[in-house]
Ligand binder design. Structure first.
Ligand code: CMP
Length: 140
């Protein structure tokens, strides 16, 4: 069965809104396989967002994503990657469709509440990074 990774970002953790995001996930019938709480170190974040390392916003993204704990959620089901991307909305919250998580919770391009894998390849890669960190206790 297809899997994807959804990350609840530090803006949501800081605002104590984790439960609200999980409720939305469940109300939309996305099946949660596992949930982990961890804090990225800079090297973890650099690996996770390697595809963006040349982008102008990379340093800002690194500072933000390592600024507090994140929640990593593995979701599973048919077409789960597309279903999850649809539920979170556009990366730019100003373009996010009504009733998407980012339309409700994002406050800037960087502080956009959640991340979700955009392909089967990135889902595999991202889930592996999280599971490796959990295994190694690197997040402590
Ligand atoms: P995410 O889906 O996690 O993927 C890359 C992240 O970079 C994105 O969400 C945003 O949090 C952040 N970001 C910051 N500025 C931009 C930008 N101009 N365009 C796209 N992503 C950005």
């Amino acid at each position: 069965m297809e899997k994807t990774l959804l990350i609840i970002k530090p803006d949501i953790t800081k605002k104590k809104l984790i439960g609200k995001i999980i409720t939305i996930i469940e109300e939309n019938n996305l099946l949660i396989e596992n949930i982990f709480m961890l804090k990225f170190k800079k090297d973890d974040a650099k690996l996770f967002y390697k595809d963006h390392e040349k982008k102008v916003f990379f340093n800002e993204l690194m500072d933000f994503i390592t600024s507090d704990k994140i929640i990593a959620i593995i979701l599973t089901g048919e077409n789960i990657i597309n279903k999850t991307r649809k539920l979170i909305g556009d990366t730019n919250f100003k373009n996010a469709e009504k009733n998407t998580i980012r339309a409700f919770f994002a406050t800037s391009l960087t502080e956009n509440a959640v991340h979700a894998s955009d392909s089967i390849d990135s889902a595999k890669k991202e889930i592996k990074i999280i599971l490796d960190l959990i295994k190694e206790n690197e997040y402590q």
